[in-house]
Ligand binder design. Structure first.
Ligand code: PGA
Length: 249
């Protein structure tokens, strides 16, 4: 069976003092069958890795360049993230797609680079509000999946996060039926492209306004193996509430 995963995405938040929250978080063990990941800004990554070394908390990056090194001012490679202690990296978050005009092909190259560097690639997909209202959700997700996920991935190297753009940081959460529909669809797409072993092995996260008070309902949905959490991952107590709900699911 798939292990569960609670992944925190700090985005562009966190100065040195934020490591205190990580210290608190890593002081308690993970529930059974549950992995905990925190993706701080890359400025904190190696200190976060040191701090969590002997705990159940792993750390990851929020983006990487497709190349291992070179003349790319301001970018960070997957190898560099791994070298700093990361075990995973978020790829193709909607904020990257929007702020940096990232397209599926680049995201696929980044995911390839992540896997080649020994990282878990957490590939994000999700529709905008206008796409949902137009009834295009599954079409959009299908295209993002086929364009963003490289060949040759496995249940150990790929995680897919479904994050409706309109639910990120807004406090708006899709209905349970809407989450169920998309997660079933994503599972079906993975099964038809990669076959049963990989298709059943890849973990699917829901992301967008997950909080301790809605986590239990979300984690009860079939094919939801965990969450990608933004705002509520910044405070150890909030994130622990979500982790506990996942452990109990
Ligand atoms: P949120 O962000 O939990 O703050 O909505 C989720 C994400 O963007 O990963």
């Amino acid at each position: 069976m798939r292990r569960k995963l609670a992944a925190g995405n700090w985005k562009m938040n966190g100065l040195s003092g934020a490591l205190e929250e990580l210290k608190i978080l890593s002081a308690s063990p993970a529930p059974e069958e549950t992995d905990i990941l925190v993706c701080p800004p890359s400025t904190l990554l190696s200190r976060a890795a040191d701090l969590t070394k002997r705990s159940d908390v792993a750390v990851g990056g929020q983006d990487c360049h497709p190349n291992p090194s070179g003349a790319h001012t301001g970018d960070v490679s997957a190898q560099m993230l791994a070298d700093a202690g990361a075990s995973a990296v978020i790829i193709g978050h909607s904020e990257r797609r929007q702020d940096h005009n990232e397209i599926d092909k680049q995201i696929q190259e980044k995911a390839r680079a992540a896997v080649d560097a020994g990282l878990i690639a957490i590939v994000c997909v999700g529709e905008s509000l206008s796409e949902r209202e137009a009834g295009d959700t599954l079409d959009v997700i299908g295209k993002q999946l086929s364009g963003s996920i490289p060949d040759g991935v496995t249940g150990e190297t790929l995680v897919v996060a479904y994050e409706p753009i309109w639910a990120i940081g807004t406090g708006k959460v899709p209905t349970i039926a809407q989450i169920h529909e998309v997660h079933d669809f994503v599972r079906g797409q993975l099964l038809s492209r990669f076959g049963i072993e990989v298709g059943e092995g890849v973990r699917l996260l829901y992301g967008g306004s997950v909080k301790p008070n809605n986590a239990t309902d979300i984690f009860a949905v079939a094919n939801v193996d965990g969450a990608l959490v933004g705002g509520a991952s910044l405070k150890a107590a909030d994130f622990r509430g979500i982790i506990d709900a996942l452990g109990a699911a």
